[in-house]
Design a protein around this ligand. Structure first.
Ligand SMILES: [Zn+2]
Length: 398
C-alpha cells in the first residue's frame, strides 16, 4: 500500500494540531496485515476525535493512503461510503438496540472497500448493555472489520475498562490556538478574527469556527462572560440565572424545531398517516407507537442540546474565574506564571477586576461551585434550580 500522502496532505489536513496522532495513524496503515481491529480515540471536546477517526477511515479505504481526492476518500469524508458506518448519538444515550444493529453491520464483509468500518462518536454515551454488546464483538472481531470508538477520556465513567483493554488508544491533545487560527484563515476567515476566535475557543475547533462565522455565537459568549461582574445582589443573581437558562432554552428550540418537524412529517408520510383505505385502521395502532418513540427520542435530543449549551456557558465562566485566579496569584507573588496564557485574553480587564474583588481563594471557590453545578445538571437537577444555586454562590462580596 502506498503511503505517499504526507502528514500535511490529503485527509490529514483535517486533523488539526495533532502531529503525533497523524504519524501514528499513518504508520498503522502501512501494514494492513498487522491491523488493529478496535481503536479508541480520546481527547477533550472539540479536539477532533471523530475528525481523526474519519480521516483514518478514509486513509484505510483509499488505494493511495488518503489522498483526499479519490472516490473512496470523498465518500468516506462525506459520510456516504457503503462500508463506513458512523454512529452519531443525538440523544442522551446509545441504547442496546442501536448497539446490536452496529454489531450486525460490523459482521458484514466489506462490499466495495477494503474494510468494514464502524465509527462511534460519543461512545461514552453507550448504556451498560450497549457497551456489553460492543465488547462481545471486539473480543472476536470479524477479520475485515475495524471499529473506532470516540470518547473524552479513558476514565471508567467514559469507557468501561473491559472495552478499553481491548482497544488501541489514540490520545488527542487540545489543539494550539495558532493551529486553529491557521485553519480558519485557510477557510477564508479574516486573520484578526481568526486569531481572536481561536484564542477565545479554549482549543475547541468547532467552537472557534462558530465564533468566527456567527455573530450570535459571539454575543452569547459575551453575555455569559458579562455575568460575574453583574452579580452584586440577590436579585441580580436570580436575573442572571434566568438569562442563562433562557438562552440555553432558546438555542435548544432553534436547533430542534427544524429537525423535529421534518422527522415527524417524514415518519407520518412513511406510515401513511392521513391515508384512507383498507388496512389503515389496523396500522394505526402500530404507527401511534412509532410516533411516540420518535417523540421520546426528540425529547432526549432536546435535553442533550440544552445541557450542552449550559455546559458551554459553565466552561466559559470557569475559564474566566481561572483567569482571575491566575492574575490574583501573580499580583500577590509576582510568580513565574506571568506568561501563562489566559482562557479569555479579550476579557483580561474583567478578570483583573474579579481578581481584585474576590482574590485567588474566592476565584477557586467559585470554580468549585461551577463544577458542582455541572454535576447537578448531569444528575438531572432542574436547570433553573441548579443555576440559581450557582449564581448565588458566585455573588460578589459587598
Ligand atoms: Zn483517496
Amino acid at each position: 500500500m502506498s503511503t505517499a500522502v504526507a502528514a500535511t496532505e490529503g485527509v490529514w489536513t483535517r486533523v488539526i494540531g495533532q502531529r503525533a496522532v497523524v504519524e501514528e495513524l499513518r504508520t498503522a496503515i502501512t501494514d494492513p496485515t498487522a491491523m488493529t481491529h478496535a481503536w479508541l480515540f480520546t481527547g477533550p471536546p472539540g479536539s477532533g476525535r471523530s475528525v481523526a477517526a474519519r480521516a483514518f477511515a478514509a486513509a484505510l479505504q483509499c488505494p493511495d493512503g488518503g489522498d483526499g481526492t479519490c472516490h473512496a476518500c470523498r465518500t468516506v469524508l462525506a459520510g456516504t461510503h457503503a462500508d463506513v458506518t458512523v454512529i452519531v448519538p443525538d440523544g442522551l444515550s446509545i441504547g442496546v438496540a442501536e448497539a446490536r444493529e452496529l454489531v450486525r453491520v460490523a459482521g458484514r464483509s466489506p462490499s466495495q472497500g477494503r474494510w468494514q468500518m464502524i465509527i462511534v462518536e460519543d461512545a461514552d454515551r453507550m448504556s451498560e448493555s450497549a457497551a456489553n454488546a460492543v465488547l462481545k464483538m471486539i473480543e472476536e472481531p470479524p477479520p475485515r472489520t475495524v471499529v473506532m470508538l470516540c470518547a473524552p477520556s479513558l476514565h471508567p465513567d467514559d469507557v468501561p475498562v473491559t472495552i478499553r483493554s481491548r482497544c488501541r488508544v489514540v490520545a488527542l491533545r487540545t489543539p494550539p490556538a495558532a493551529a486553529i487560527a491557521e485553519v480558519l484563515v485557510g477557510d477564508g476567515v479574516d486573520p484578526a478574527l481568526a486569531a481572536w476566535s481561536a484564542a477565545a475557543s479554549g482549543g475547541h475547533v468547532g467552537r472557534a469556527r462558530r465564533l468566527a462565522r456567527d455573530e450570535e455565537a459571539r454575543l452569547a459568549r459575551k453575555a455569559v462572560l458579562d455575568v460575574p461582574l453583574r452579580l452584586v445582589s440577590l436579585g441580580a443573581c436570580m436575573e442572571a440565572a434566568d438569562d442563562l437558562v433562557g438562552s440555553a432554552k432558546e438555542e435548544t428550540e432553534a436547533a430542534t424545531e427544524v429537525l423535529d418537524g421534518a422527522e415527524t412529517e417524514a415518519l407520518k408520510n412513511s406510515l401513511g398517516v392521513g391515508a384512507r383505505g383498507p388496512g389503515v385502521v389496523a396500522a394505526a395502532r402500530g404507527s401511534a407507537g412509532q410516533l411516540k418513540e420518535l417523540e421520546r427520542r426528540q425529547k432526549s435530543r432536546a435535553t442533550r442540546i440544552g445541557r450542552d449549551a449550559l455546559d458551554r456557558a459553565l466552561v466559559d465562566l470557569a475559564g474566566l474565574y481561572r483567569d482571575a485566579m491566575v492574575l490574583a496569584a501573580m499580583s500577590s507573588g509576582g510568580s513565574p506564571t506571568a506568561d501563562l496564557p489566559l482562557n479569555h485574553p479579550d476579557r483580561r480587564a474583567d478578570a483583573l477586576e474579579l481578581a481584585r474583588r474576590i482574590g485567588a481563594e474566592g476565584a477557586l471557590r467559585r470554580i468549585d461551585a461551577i463544577l458542582d453545578c455541572r454535576t447537578a445538571l448531569e444528575q438531572n437537577v432542574k436547570p433553573q434550580f441548579a443555576l440559581e444555586a450557582l449564581t448565588v454562590a458566585l455573588r460578589l462580596p459587598a
